[in-house]
Design a binder for this molecule. Structure first.
Ligand code: HEC
Length: 82
């Protein structure tokens, strides 16, 4: 049973990441081919700072649904971790 729950949890996380990557391809990849490269350029000392800064930047950079924007911020900040 525990194993089953773990498996379901893991696949939900996987599906979530896939959807975000798709959003990146759809909204960003036309101009920024590499998500990893963008992620490495994020400014800020901590993940929180990077996320806050990117979130503010994206408010004006592209017209995005706030939910999509939040997902993309999480995705890129996640990629920026060493
Ligand atoms: C129509 C082309 C285009 C699209 C689509 C686009 N960008 Fe950009 N982006 C640019 C250009 C040009 C710059 C550099 C000039 C500027 O700062 O606006 C830039 C700059 C940036 C920067 C600042 C760092 C840097 O490399 O200068 C970030 C972060 C960024 N974009 C993220 C994104 C994300 C995330 C998406 C998807 C939601 C996205 N962009 C979609 C064209 C685009």
């Amino acid at each position: 049973m525990v194993k089953f729950i773990t498996l379901v949890g893991a696949s939900l996380i996987f599906v979530g990441q896939g959807a975000t990557q798709e959003a990146y391809e759809q909204y960003c990849a036309t101009c920024h081919a590499s998500a990893g490269r963008l992620a490495r350029k994020l400014e800020g000392a901590t993940a929180e700072e990077k996320g806050a800064k990117l979130g503010r930047f994206l408010e004006t950079h592209q017209k995005l649904d706030p939910e999509v924007r939040a997902k993309l911020v999480d995705y890129l900040v996640g990629l920026s971790r060493p």
